[in-house]
Design a protein around this ligand. Structure first.
Ligand SMILES: C[S@@+](CC[C@H](N)C(=O)[O-])C[C@H]1O[C@@H](n2cnc3c(N)ncnc32)[C@H](O)[C@@H]1O
Length: 246
């Protein structure tokens, strides 16, 4: 019938859109990935089938296989939800799945989700833009194998200004930090790395660009570079006195 490419948001089930929740409840089959919070699946109807194509580190499901699965399921009389972390079109390979469905003539819809690039910093009290502090933000992948990352001119990015939000950047953080400093960013530039944002396990590490290489970080984390990374707009939280603009 229809394949819905649905963004599940960064993890907190309450950050699902109303539309995503309805489609999950109506689905006959849910093809989900690793980052989707398992409890999101509790909303599925009895008898719904779950297919885990989670791309766990070291055990990836080939994208071609996922594409073929979606085409196969979509050509049957089934309501299919392809549930992806965050937004399906932000480093989620949702475009490739949409292309495969288009090529096969399968009807599909795209349901946006809250991307971790914005939702995770917000959950840690960090606004990706802030008046008089950061007028823009750039979202990049730090993963070398993500294709686009190999083309990222980190030295040039350092000169753009505003906030830099890095997804999948944990393993390359030392190189990224060095190249951003080579491009002119100060070693004292604030950095925040938020692991498992919006989930119960959420943990924020605050550091600077000069110390980022030594920070103990683990995936999945969203790394925020820039003056806003020193902020913590959480009720009752201590605001660092060094924060610019306050
Ligand atoms: C393959 S990308 C998918 C991004 C997703 N489509 C989105 O819009 O958020 C996965 C990366 O997103 C970031 N990420 C996703 N969920 C996260 C969370 N709950 N907390 C921190 N980072 C998260 C991490 O950098 C992770 O390695």
């Amino acid at each position: 019938m229809t394949v819905h490419l649905v963004g599940a948001g960064p993890g907190d089930p309450e950050l699902l859109t109303v539309k995503a929740a309805r489609l999950i409840a109506e689905a006959d089959v849910i093809v989900h990935d690793y980052l989707s919070n398992e409890s999101i699946l509790d909303a599925a109807k009895p008898g719904a089938e779950f297919i885990d194509v989670g791309k766990k580190p070291g055990n990836p499901t080939p994208q071609e296989l996922i594409n073929a699965l979606l085409v196969h399921l979509g050509s049957q009389n089934l309501n299919v939800v392809r549930l992806k972390g965050g937004d399906p079109f932000v480093f989620g390979r949702g475009g490739e799945e949409a292309q495969a469905l288009m090529d096969a003539g399968i009807h599909f819809t795209v349901v946006p989700g809250i991307t971790s690039a914005v939702g995770v910093p917000a959950a840690a009290g960090i606004p990706v833009t802030h008046r008089n502090v950061s007028p823009a933000f750039t979202v990049v992948t730090g993963h070398r194998e993500s294709g686009a990352s190999s083309n990222i001119e980190w030295e040039a990015l350092a000169k753009v200004g505003g906030t830099i939000v890095i997804l999948m950047g944990v393993s390359e953080r030392a190189v990224i930090a060095q190249r951003l400093m080579n491009g002119g960013l100060s070693a004292t530039t604030p950095v925040a790395a938020i692991r498992w944002g919006t989930r119960a396990e959420q943990h924020t590490t605050r550091t600077t660009l000069g110390e980022l290489h030594a920070a103990q970080l683990r995936a999945p984390s969203t790394i925020v570079v820039g003056e806003v990374a020193a902020y913590e707009f959480i009720s009752g939280a201590h605001q660092p006195t060094s924060v610019a603009g306050l």
